[in-house]
Write a protein that binds this ligand. Structure first.
Ligand code: ZN
Length: 379
C-alpha cells in the first residue's frame, strides 16, 4: 500500500472520531469521497464530492487528451473513483504532487469544459460534447435505434379508479388518455420503436404485472402515468412531480407512495406485497442501481419538458417506494402529472388540451433522453 492510500485509509478509519473542529482546520486536507460521471443531455457531468467544502481548486487546464483539475490540500478517499470514471469513455488518472491532488480526465479535445461549485461539498465539471461529435454519433446509431421498446403504464383502471377529481374526473381516465396520446406521438416521432402499453382499455392490471409486461417485452424505458391528490378537496397543492424508486425521503413522498400503492387492495392476492418494508424497497433499489442514474436523468428531463410545455408548476424529482416500479429491469419513473384535488390542475388534466400537452411533453422528454442515451452508448 502506498503512502497515499495508507493515509486515505487512516483518514477513512478516523473519519467519524475526528471532531468537527479538527476536520475543518485549514491545514487538514479535504478528502474527496466521490468522483462520478453522469450523462447529461449535452455531454457529461463529473461530480467531485469532498468530506467538506473543497476550498481551493485551480483553473482547469486543457490538454490534448482532455483536462486536468488540481486541488491543493486534498486527497482521494478509498473507493472514491466511481466505475463511471474508471472505464471508457471518460477515464480519470490520479496523482498527488506534494499536497496537490491532480485529476486527469480524458475526453475529446474539442469538448468544452467548465467547473462550478454545486452545494456545500460538490464541484461539477460540465463537459459539453461538440456538435460534430454528436452529429457523428447520431449518424452512427441511425440504423439501430437503441431505445427500441418503450413501455407506457397508464395508472389504475377498471374498478380501481384512482384519485377522484374535484370536478368528478377519475384518475384512471386521465392516465389512459395521456398514455394513448403519448403512444401515438412516439409512433409518429419514431416509427421503428415498439410501444408497449400495460393497458389500453379501462381494465385493472395488478401492479406487479405491469413491470412483468415491461420486462417480458424487453422494455428499455418504463413510464408510469398518474395524478396526484390530497385527502381534503379542494386543496391548494398543485403541480407536476416525477418519482424514481428509492426509499422515500419525506412525508409528502410517503403520502404519494401510500396513495399509489393502495391499488393493491383491488388485487386478488395481496400477499406478494406483504412485508414490503423499507428494507425491501432498499433491496429493490439496489437491484436497479445500474440504471438509477438513467432514471434520474429521465425524471429531470420530464420535469423540464412538462414545465416548458404546460402551465403546471415544477415540483421537481422525488423518490419513494412505489410497488409498481419495484420489479422493473430498465430505467423507470412514475409521473404525478398534476393534482386532481386542485381546481385549476383538475380542470387542465380533464381537458383535451391538457392531456395532449402532457403527452407531448412526455414524448419530448423521451426524445431528449433517447439522444443522451444513444450518445452514452455509442462512445
Ligand atoms: Zn395513481
Amino acid at each position: 500500500m502506498n503512502n497515499l492510500s495508507c493515509r486515505s485509509l487512516l483518514l477513512f478509519l478516523l473519519g467519524f472520531s475526528l471532531s468537527p473542529l479538527q476536520t475543518a482546520t485549514a491545514q487538514e486536507p479535504v478528502e474527496i469521497t466521490m468522483v462520478r460521471a453522469t450523462p447529461t443531455l449535452t455531454g457529461t457531468d463529473v461530480r467531485i464530492r469532498g468530506t467538506r467544502t473543497i476550498t481551493t481548486f485551480q483553473r482547469l487546464e486543457r490538454t490534448k487528451e482532455g483536462f486536468i483539475l488540481r486541488m491543493p490540500q486534498a486527497l482521494l478517499g478509498i473507493a472514491a473513483l466511481d466505475s463511471t470514471v474508471t472505464k471508457s469513455p471518460l477515464s480519470c488518472k490520479v496523482e498527488r504532487i506534494r499536497d496537490i491532488l491532480v485529476l486527469r480526465f480524458m475526453c475529446s479535445p474539442s469538448d468544452s469544459v467548465i467547473v462550478a461549485r454545486d452545494g456545500q461539498r460538490d464541484l461539477v465539471c460540465s463537459i459539453r460534447t461538440t456538435n460534430t461529435t454528436s452529429e457523428k454519433s447520431e449518424k452512427k446509431t441511425d440504423d439501430k435505434w437503441l431505445l427500441d421498446v418503450i413501455v407506457i403504464d397508464a395508472g389504475h383502471g377498471g374498478q380501481d379508479v384512482g384519485a377522484e377529481g374535484v370536478n368528478g374526473t377519475y384518475e384512471k381516465d386521465v392516465t389512459l388518455s395521456i398514455a394513448k396520446r403519448l403512444r401515438d406521438f412516439i409512433r409518429e416521432d419514431f416509427p421503428s420503436t415498439k410501444v408497449v402499453m400495460t393497458r389500453d382499455a379501462d381494465v385493472f392490471i395488478e401492479l406487479y404485472k405491469r413491470t412483468q409486461i415491461a420486462n417480458e417485452a424487453g422494455g428499455k424505458l418504463f413510464v408510469s402515468i398518474h395524478c396526484n391528490s390530497m385527502p381534503l378537496k379542494p386543496h391548494p397543492a398543485h403541480g407536476c412531480e416525477t418519482y424514481i424508486l428509492r426509499p422515500g425521503r419525506n412525508d409528502d413522498a410517503a403520502r404519494v407512495a401510500a396513495l399509489e400503492n393502495a391499488s393493491v387492495k383491488f388485487e386478488k392476492s395481496t400477499s406478494r406485497y406483504q412485508g414490503m418494508t423499507a428494507d425491501q424497497i432498499i433491496i429493490a433499489t439496489m437491484a436497479q442501481r445500474s440504471f438509477v442514474r438513467l432514471s434520474e436523468t429521465f425524471a429531470s428531463t420530464i420535469q423540464r419538458e412538462v414545465t416548458a410545455e404546460t402551465p403546471l408548476t415544477n415540483r421537481g424529482v422525488s423518490q419513494a417506494g412505489f410497488y409498481v416500479l419495484v420489479g422493473a429491469s430498465m430505467p423507470n419513473v412514475l409521473v404525478e402529472t398534476g393534482f386532481l384535488s386542485n381546481v385549476a390542475d383538475a380542470e387542465y388534466l380533464a381537458s383535451t388540451k391538457g392531456q395532449k400537452s402532457l403527452a407531448r411533453s412526455l414524448a419530448n422528454a423521451i426524445k431528449l433522453y433517447a439522444s443522451a442515451y444513444q450518445r452514452s452508448m455509442s462512445h
